[in-house]
Design a protein around this ligand. Structure first.
Ligand SMILES: NC(=O)c1ccc[n+]([C@@H]2O[C@H](COP(=O)([O-])OP(=O)(O)OC[C@H]3O[C@@H](n4cnc5c(N)ncnc54)[C@H](OP(=O)(O)O)[C@@H]3O)[C@@H](O)[C@H]2O)c1
Length: 263
């Protein structure tokens, strides 16, 4: 039973309550201000990340995130998948976590249709090396043709093989550049982004100040070991300030929603 600590309330939250609490802002369609862009009118998609971490900060248990979340985390994880225009994932997470098949369940697909949305959100992978198997179940069983965001330096033979099973989108010379990635999403009319990881992608988008929303499940576990944090890579010039949007709980886990602080 998930309950709310903030905003205050009593009783178990229904799926409808949770979907309201995690709704994208009404103006997400028109995007938020373009990071680092001189034109204040320029817009970019609204970028939400969803992560789970142990109480000691580890983003994995035995190399995977799946051992960290409890039932409440899994419930919120699945409900969050109903809301975006695209689910975006780094290649490291695809390789580690074994993504395959529909990411939105039947009930979620019906809910999306009822909202006037396509049954399945678009699905995007960020990869520089294109070390992805075009014959894998990920591509064979994807309900929509995946997008792969890569760079001009990706190996041509892999690009050729993957272009039969995905739409490959160059977004930079040596690596995927955040500004070009956001532009590509906006051009495809995919303004509501749910990024399910992993740490390298969160680090890259944090460095470009392109993270609008962080849904973080904190598990009542000490994972120990040397698991990664939820973010990796080059630090931004300064930390990005966040505001608490909601705080929920079930069985000693905390489900925190932070949004970028308005300055
Ligand atoms: N706790 C959680 O909620 C959670 C969520 C997700 C993942 N994880 C864990 O995180 C670990 C994986 O970490 P990770 O950092 O490798 O995952 P990741 O961020 O999903 O993937 C990293 C990969 O994404 C590609 N990439 C990221 N930024 C790029 C850029 N700017 N340009 C080009 N390519 C870029 C690269 O792919 P190529 O190597 O193909 O070039 C890079 O190796 C796994 O153990 C997974 O279980 C935890």
């Amino acid at each position: 039973m998930i309950t709310a600590l903030l905003p205050g309330g009593s009783g178990a939250l229904t799926d409808a309550d949770l979907l309201r609490l995690y709704a994208y802002p009404d103006d997400a369609d028109s995007g938020s201000a373009d990071p680092g862009c001189a034109d204040p009118g320029a817009q970019h998609p609204y970028v939400r990340f969803n992560f789970v971490a142990a109480a000691d900060g580890s983003a994995t248990s035995n190399g995977l995130s799946s051992g960290l979340g409890n039932d409440g985390d899994k419930r919120i994880f699945n409900l969050l998948r109903r809301l975006p225009d695209i689910i975006l994932v780094g290649a490291g997470t695809i390789r580690a976590e074994g993504y395959e098949g529909a990411l939105v369940d039947d009930e979620g697909q019906a809910w999306r249709r009822g909202q006037g949305l396509p049954a399945h959100p678009a699905l995007g992978i960020i990869s520089g090396s294109l070390d992805l198997d075009p014959s894998s179940g990920f591509f064979a069983n994807a309900p929509v043709k995946p997008l792969i965001f890569t760079s001009d330096s990706a190996p041509a033979s892999r690009l050729d093989a993957l272009s039969h099973v995905a739409d490959v989108v160059p977004c930079g010379a040596e690596s995927v550049e955040t500004g070009l990635l956001l532009k590509a999403l906006a051009q495809r009319a995919l303004p509501r982004v749910l990024c399910e990881g992993g740490p390298a992608v969160l680090g890259a988008l944090t460095a470009s100040d392109a993270v609008d929303d962080l849904c973080l499940s904190l598990s009542p576990l000490l994972a120990g070991g040397e698991g990664p944090r939820i973010s990796a890579g080059k630090a931004p010039a300064g930390p990005v300030a966040l505001s608490l949007a909601s705080l929920l709980t079930e069985d000693s886990a905390l489900y925190i929603r932070y949004v970028k602080a308005r300055t």
